[in-house]
Design a protein around this ligand. Structure first.
Ligand code: IPE
Ligand code: IPE
Ligand code: MG
Length: 249
């Protein structure tokens, strides 16, 4: 059956497409609880949204998609939930390889490796290696990630360089600082999406989102689909990004 014009997604002006979309994937637990299911079922369904949205971003020609999978503060959760999240991540790393290769997606990770099981890291490293030569969407997973810790770590490294006499403090500028962050070499997010309604950034990419456009939906992450993504991109495309300057109009 052919789609009618009304069913066709609105064409997006390529010049107005965000290069880098970052998503705070929230609301898995509430999604499950509303259905009388254990929280982990929300995480399991959340993986389906990850798959859907990754594929859609690749199709649209988005350059980078960064997904907040686990914050450094999420370790405060019950051990059983954390173990399940690690298991899901590991399974995802294995099962996703076919899709990542088909869509020519590269994978990377930001955050700290400490605390993540060796078996999960091994599958992760294997996937990164397999996808290493791909030239499509760059998928960046934030796992055990916390922006404040990332910034402190960058400051410490620069201080060590200065103390060793290899770096003049006066030479430290935004560029040298950004080069010490986990996101070195990546463009800053243009569009930051948060699902499940909370109006906060929860220690995500604090340096990098200085001028990101924010878009929040009440939809929980397991319900987030291509139509929500299209709405977020359409909202982004209609905005006037001034970066502190004046509108050209
Ligand atoms: C987001 O969903 C996934 C992670 C933080 C790992 P939550 O698990 O935070 O779901 P809610 O916010 O409790 O509904
Ligand atoms: C942010 O969600 C972290 C991830 C989506 C991985 P949280 O559920 O941890 O955020 P808070 O606790 O509501 O701020
Ligand atoms: Mg949450």
């Amino acid at each position: 059956m052919t789609a009618t014009a009304a069913e066709q997604p609105a064409a997006i002006d390529p010049d107005r497409l965000p290069r880098h979309i970052a998503i705070i994937m929230d609301g898995n637990g509430r999604w499950a609880q509303q259905r009388g299911l254990p929280r982990i079922e929300g995480h399991r369904h959340g993986v389906k949204s990850v798959r859907r949205i990754t594929e859609e971003c690749a199709r649209l020609g988005v350059e980078q998609l960064t997904l907040y999978c686990l914050s450094s503060e999420n370790w405060r959760r019950p051990q059983a939930e954390l173990s399940f999240l690690m298991h899901l991540l590991e399974q995802y790393m294995i099962e996703e390889r076919a899709l990542l290769m088909r869509e020519r997606i590269r994978v990377g990770m930001i955050g700290r490796r400490e605390g993540i099981p060796d078996s999960t890291l091994a599958e992760f490293d294997r996937t990164v290696e397999i996808c290493g030569d791909n030239d499509g969407l760059r998928l960046c997973l934030a796992v055990n990630y916390g922006a404040r810790a990332e910034i402190v770590e960058a400051a410490r490294r620069l201080a060590e360089e200065a103390q060793a006499g290899r770096l003049a403090p006066a030479a430290i500028d935004e560029e040298t600082f950004a080069a010490q962050l986990d996101t070195a070499g990546m463009p800053d997010p243009d569009l930051l999406i948060r699902t499940a309604g909370e109006m906060r950034v929860s220690n995500f990419l604090l340096w990098q989102i200085s001028y990101a456009e924010l878009w929040v939906t009440d939809a929980a992450w397991p319900d987030f689909d291509e139509s929500h993504l299209a709405a977020a991109i359409a909202s982004y495309a209609a905005r006037d990004r001034r970066f502190g300057g004046l509108s050209p109009k």
